[in-house]
Write a protein that binds this ligand. Structure first.
Ligand SMILES: *Cc1c(COP(=O)(O)O)cnc(C)c1O
Length: 376
């Protein structure tokens, strides 16, 4: 529907903020949209759809198996529940009451992130008790081992993303430490689907991914990993996972998105991302008071973002004020402003069309003319 914003009186948004949930995360391709539309008109044996997704992920990524839930936030809760309850029906029925189950979940302090709610909430929802290892600045393997040797530990949860803080943790060594204590290791790699092979190579028991982020599927949380634990995740559909299940349209959309990912020419995709960033950086040369450069993703995702450094001569004087002005414009332009206090903004161009990048340049140009600021 081309005029969906006009029809319902909705703000037209240009999203240069990345795979951001409050802005609808990503844009699906024509093929994925068509698959979802078709699915909505049909009945399916849902277990067959789950099995089809699992088979595709297994054959393409060499993973053992996979299951789908509604979001990665749900995948975290369900994975923790699975580590505690296994597939024992009475344990599945008992949760979130985890009395008499191993219910401690170790997580490195720097990985205690907030992606819209605290990750600790997703753990506690299963009935588990988080145990935080190390400090925000650093968590060594020895810190993890100390936390893991306690009794009643069900799993080790790790996050690999740009949200993580502190000295980087060697995920492979952390997974090995968990396995030395016979504890399953789970990695929340929500935005890291492009790095799934690397995350699987850590030998983690489960890797959790958001299908609606760079895979650009409908909203879905993918649980990828070892068979018994993945089966235990599916068993949670009869327990606390009932409200976290994947819908038929999500399952079919994920299948279509996986098919596209398998056919993706990654070097060509990367070249296209580089072209967009280079074009944008070049255009900003004509805007006074702003210096643009290209900044590679710090977690190893295969693309760069645009870094806009706001100089003292800019009429709005600060990166934070520029981000607000962009957002208040029409269309409403959203950028990454987590480093605004350090004087810069980041723009992710992955999901943007050339005409939208042009609109951002126009807005940046008009906001950078001194008389604009005087008029306010
Ligand atoms: C996005 C994100 C989540 C949440 O994923 P949803 O699919 O939105 O629930 C969790 N962890 C990390 C690291 C994320 O980036």
């Amino acid at each position: 529907m081309k005029n969906i914003h006009a029809k319902y009186g909705l703000t037209r948004v240009i999203n240069a903020r990345g795979t951001f949930t409050p802005l609808g995360v990503s844009r699906s391709s024509t093929r994925v949209r068509a698959a979802v539309a078709d699915a909505l008109a049909e009945h399916f044996v849902i277990d067959e759809l789950q099995a089809a997704v699992s088979a595709r992920i297994a054959s393409h990524y060499g993973a053992e198996t996979a299951a789908v839930v509604h979001w990665t936030a749900a995948a975290i809760t369900v994975a923790v529940a699975a580590a505690m309850a296994g597939d024992a029906p009475e344990r599945v029925a008992a949760l979130p009451d985890s009395t008499d189950m191993p219910n401690r979940v170790v997580i490195p302090a720097g990985h205690v992130v907030d992606y819209g709610h605290p990750i600790l909430t997703a753990i506690r929802l299963a009935g588990a008790t988080p145990v935080i290892a190390g400090t925000g600045a650093r968590c060594d393997i020895a810190d993890l081992e100390r936390a893991l040797v306690e009794e009643r530990t069900a799993c080790l949860l790790l996050v690999s993303s740009r949200l993580a803080r502190g000295a980087p943790l060697d995920l492979g060594a952390a997974v090995a430490a968990a396995h030395r204590q016979s504890v399953p290791a789970i990695i929340d790699g929500a935005a890291q689907d492009l790095r799934l092979p690397e995350l699987l190579a850590t030998r983690a028991d489960l890797v959790l991914l958001s299908a609606q982020k760079y895979l650009a599927a409908p909203t879905a949380g993918l649980i990828v990993g070892r068979k018994p634990l993945v089966q235990a995740c599916r068993a949670q559909e009869r327990g606390i996972g009932r409200g976290m299940k994947a819908s038929k349209e999500a399952l079919v959309g994920v299948l279509a998105a996986l098919e596209e990912r398998e056919a993706l020419d990654l070097p060509a995709w990367q070249a296209e991302q580089s072209r967009k960033v280079a074009w944008f950086v070049d255009q900003v040369r004509g805007v006074s008071g702003i210096a643009a450069s290209s900044l590679p993703d710090s977690s190893g995702l295969p693309f760069s973002r645009v870094r806009l450094q706001i100089g003292p001569t800019h009429p709005l004087a600060s990166a934070a004020a520029l981000a607000v002005a962009l957002r208040q414009g029409a269309p409403s332009i959203w950028v990454m402003d987590h480093a605004a206090a350090d004087g810069y903004l980041l723009l992710e161009l992955v999901s943007l069309r050339d005409d939208e990048m042009g609109e951002i340049i126009s807005s940046l140009s008009s906001l950078s003319v001194p008389k604009f600021a005087d008029r306010r």
